[in-house]
Design a protein around this ligand. Structure first.
Ligand code: SF4
Length: 367
């Protein structure tokens, strides 16, 4: 009779809050309301839109193009004004944009409105414009909580503005998200982690983490070409975002996005000059977290390993494997394991890993 194979489970993974992410219908307003161009930014390239202020008909058509994805048991849907500084837009224009979106809410087609905006535009007066409109969520583009970094990036606001903005928006009853960046000019790992800690201290409902990449026609592109800015490598960006992700999870703050949204142009590389861009950036981060967990478990195993079976929830098999099986190859090489299998078990709680290990010593006895 074969001896029972030892099984070990990952220590409790950090709590992952299943933040109910709404289905977001983006309406891009590239650079609308921006007082200037921040050094890393080129919204026209990211959003693939030249239209600074889309017409009412264009917005309606854009929203309707997303509605075909509606399913009977659909998730909550929100219309999102992205790519600009929403509360920096002219008062009447804000009203026009909100009116277009509100009609879809009143018709029962979508559930709410959200937008992204600079911290220094969140004031009592500006928030008062939203009164009576079904806005539920405000995303604050903080990017950094280091005033020196903010100055180098020509943001034109300080960390203090972000603190006040988060407090004001929360006090007004909005769901609040904060966007931050890694790899900004003038920043380093310790400074970025400090930014994450200061953002976590503001208790936002969620965060987004973007790596700074060098976009064509941005001021950063000139700095990069002149050798004045070196972006993070992809692996450094992934590892740094991993630290932030785990930190936010410890604070029970949902991380709803890691990495830039891939577009046809970014994938073709036509706007992307350098930096840690990857269409599956978030997947790379999660895969590294899974790999770290298994390393910890395997390090605890005292004798040489013959084969390992990793059990995860079926929806996490590709996360466990890593992109192009990188995790499996890495673990095999590092621990000299002949065979690693990944099995999906529907009974496994999400984000838990269980290992079944065959030691070389045991196998030898059996033969
Ligand atoms: S980062 Fe935000 S505020 Fe700065 S230019 Fe881009 S959209 Fe405008």
């Amino acid at each position: 009779m074969r001896p029972e194979k030892p099984s070990i489970s990952s220590p409790s993974m950090p709590p992952v809050e299943d933040h109910v992410k709404p289905f977001i219908i983006p309406v891009f307003i590239p650079h609308a309301g921006c007082p200037h161009q921040c050094v890393f930014c080129n919204q026209k390239a990211i959003t693939q839109s030249e239209v600074h202020a889309p017409s009412t008909a264009q917005i309606e058509a854009s929203i309707r193009s997303y509605l075909k994805y509606l399913t009977p048991n659909r998730k909550p849907m929100q219309i999102a004004f992205y790519g600009g500084n929403f509360l920096g837009i002219d008062h009447r224009e804000i009203i026009r944009l909100l009116n277009v979106a509100t009609q879809f809410v009143q018709d029962g087609i979508v559930d709410g409105i959200r937008f992204s905006t600079r911290p220094d535009t969140i004031t009592k007066d500006r928030l008062a414009i939203l009164h009576g409109f079904p806005v539920s969520t405000i995303e604050i583009g903080a990017q950094s909580m280091n005033d020196a970094v903010l100055a180098i990036c020509r943001r034109g606001h300080t960390a203090g503005h972000t603190v006040c903005a988060a407090q004001l928006a929360k006090a007004a009853g909005y769901e609040v998200g904060i966007q931050m960046m890694v790899g900004l000019p003038g920043d380093d790992d310790a400074g970025t982690i400090s930014t994450g800690q200061r953002i976590a201290a503001l208790s936002p409902d969620f965060v987004r983490i973007y790596p700074a990449v060098v976009l064509e026609h941005s001021p950063l592109a000139n700095w990069y070409r002149m050798g004045q800015y070196t972006p993070l490598s992809l692996s450094a960006g992934v590892s740094l975002v991993k630290i932030l992700y785990l930190m936010f999870q410890e604070s029970n703050i949902a991380v709803i996005r890691m990495g830039l949204q891939a577009t046809t142009d970014t994938q073709k590389g036509s706007i992307f000059l350098a930096g840690p861009f990857h269409p599956a950036f978030g997947h790379l981060v999660m895969a590294e977290i899974y790999r770290d967990r298994v390393i910890e478990l395997l390090k605890a195993s005292s004798s040489a390993l013959e084969a390992v079976t990793l059990c995860v929830n079926p929806k996490r098999i590709s996360t466990m494997r890593g992109l192009k099986n990188e995790n499996i190859d890495y673990l095999k090489n590092r621990f000299h394991i002949r065979r690693i299998d990944v099995k999906g078990d529907p009974l496994m709680p999400d984000h838990h890993i269980s290992l079944v290990i065959e030691h070389k010593f045991r196998e030898n006895i059996l033969r």
